[in-house]
Design a binder for this molecule. Structure first.
Ligand code: AMP
Ligand code: GLY
Length: 422
């Protein structure tokens, strides 16, 4: 059986690596992939135009691809899953319409209200002047969000009106996020602890994956600019059994049914970013895909087949499908390029570990292979991931792996997992 993974990040390296573990899988193509997927056994990078769905469908037919997993949000929001499915290809990912849950903050906030899903109070604006007037009427801190896709960077937490005005200037006037900033959501600041709840969903059937927690801010102690995520661990102790059930009942189930009512039943990974406080949950955002870096520690814990899970969802057989996890904990630490999430340099030569400890895995993200050497090519470069009997052990093993990787300007947070350990 041959698989195709779309994307080039750490998430895609993990999806491809996990898919390749099945004995029934003979080949995993990754488009476009990175140096990690280029070097891995059974994996092969291919170069196809991700905007040309016909080219991708032709490749799938020619190679008899049994499953396509679409990793990132961009191709999903552009309708890649719809196109491949309409061509009888087993594509795992939501439709363009369902992916609006991530593709537009105004769409998702309106959806939450319509279906009674708990979320922060908000107002949406497509004009600078109206948004500016609103800033006189609210309390601070507040949160200003660009409407469209901004790689996790379009959310600005503002402690004062002055900061909020700057955020509006940056979004509307400087057009920092381009088209994604043609409208904004201004929402109440929520306190609490965040968790990522990711599930495999097919219409009204759901298989929740292991819980996890990401570290979005660039600096230790969760300070500084938001990034795509600087590290993650699984499980997240904050999601106890009671909270878990509450998330299913108050968030996931109404979302699945809401999408069915809207005529866009969901297929794929559905990710709810949650704020939890005093046993209450609120949805910060939905993502229409697996999280990055959450995928890396979560898939290290998955003992059963990822390919069979995705195929069961596509074939509407989730109800009778079971998956298996290790009891062990996992931790993934992102190694980034100096300057990320703002501008950074690339093409730095990487020195990789000679041999790694058991139950550890160095997932590549922004890397490329050039004349048999590994060079950096992105903001987030690696995710050093490890399993341990407890989070502390997993964390120590992950940092041990981090220490064996070097390139000019490499930096990482030294406290990944701290909330789970405290
Ligand atoms: P989002 O892309 O909407 O999940 O926002 C990215 C990050 O910004 C979240 O993971 C939170 O850390 C933070 N954030 C977003 N919305 C809020 C809010 N209403 N209150 C506090 N923090 C928020
Ligand atoms: N780690 C957060 C995300 O994937 O959006």
């Amino acid at each position: 059986m041959k698989i195709l993974i779309i994307g080039s990040g750490g998430r895609e390296h993990a999806l491809a690596w996990k898919s390749s573990q099945d004995s029934a899988v003979t080949k995993v193509y990754v488009c476009p992939g990175n140096a990690g997927t280029a070097l891995e056994e059974k994996l092969e990078n291919i170069s196809l135009d991700l905007n040309n769905f016909v080219e991708i469908a032709d490749f799938c037919k020619k190679e008899k691809i049994a499953l396509v997993i679409i990793g990132p949000e961009q191709p999903l929001v552009m309708g890649m899953a719809d196109f491949l499915q309409a061509n009888d290809i087993n594509a795992f990912g939501p439709s363009e319409a369902a992916a609006q849950l991530e593709g537009s903050k105004t769409f998702s906030k309106d959806f939450f209200i319509k279906y009674g899903i708990p979320t922060a109070g908000y107002a949406a604006f497509d004009s600078y002047d109206a948004a500016l007037t609103h800033l006189n009427e609210i309390e601070y801190p507040t949160v200003v969000k660009a409407d469209g896709l901004a790689a996790g960077k379009g959310v600005i937490i503002c402690s004062s009106k002055e900061e909020a005005v700057n955020a509006l200037d940056s979004i509307f006037k400087d057009q920092t996020f381009g088209e994604a900033g043609s409208s904004v959501v201004i929402e109440d600041f929520l306190e609490g602890e965040e968790a990522s709840f990711i599930a495999v969903v097919s219409k009204d059937k759901i298989i929740p994956l292991a819980t996890s927690q990401d570290h979005k801010a660039v600096g230790e102690g969760d300070v500084g600019l938001n990034t795509g995520g600087m590290g993650a661990y699984s499980p997240a102790p904050i999601v106890d059994e009671k909270i878990h059930q509450k998330i299913i009942d108050e968030v996931m189930t109404p979302t699945m049914h809401g999408l069915i009512s809207e005529g866009s039943p969901y297929l794929g990974f559905l990710y709810a970013g949650l704020m939890i406080k005093d046993g209450e949950i609120k949805v910060l955002e939905f993502n229409c895909r697996f999280g990055d870096p959450e995928t890396q520690p979560i898939l290290l814990r998955l003992k059963s087949s990822l390919v069979e899970l995705c195929l069961a969802a596509i074939n509407d057989e989730l109800e009778s499908h079971e998956i298996e996890w290790t009891e062990k904990h996992s931790c993934g630490v992102v190694i980034a390029s100096q300057g990320y999430p703002e501008s950074y340099e690339s093409n730095k030569l990487v020195s990789l570990p000679n041999n790694s400890e058991s139950e550890t895995k160095l997932f590549h993200a922004g890397t490329k292979l050039s004349n048999n050497e590994v060079l950096t090519s992105g903001g987030r470069v690696f995710c050093a991931t490890a399993l341990g009997d407890n989070l502390k052990e997993a964390q120590a093993k992950a940092y041990n792996l981090v220490d064996q990787v070097s390139f000019e300007g490499a930096f990482f947070r030294k406290d990944i997992g701290f909330k789970g350990i405290k």
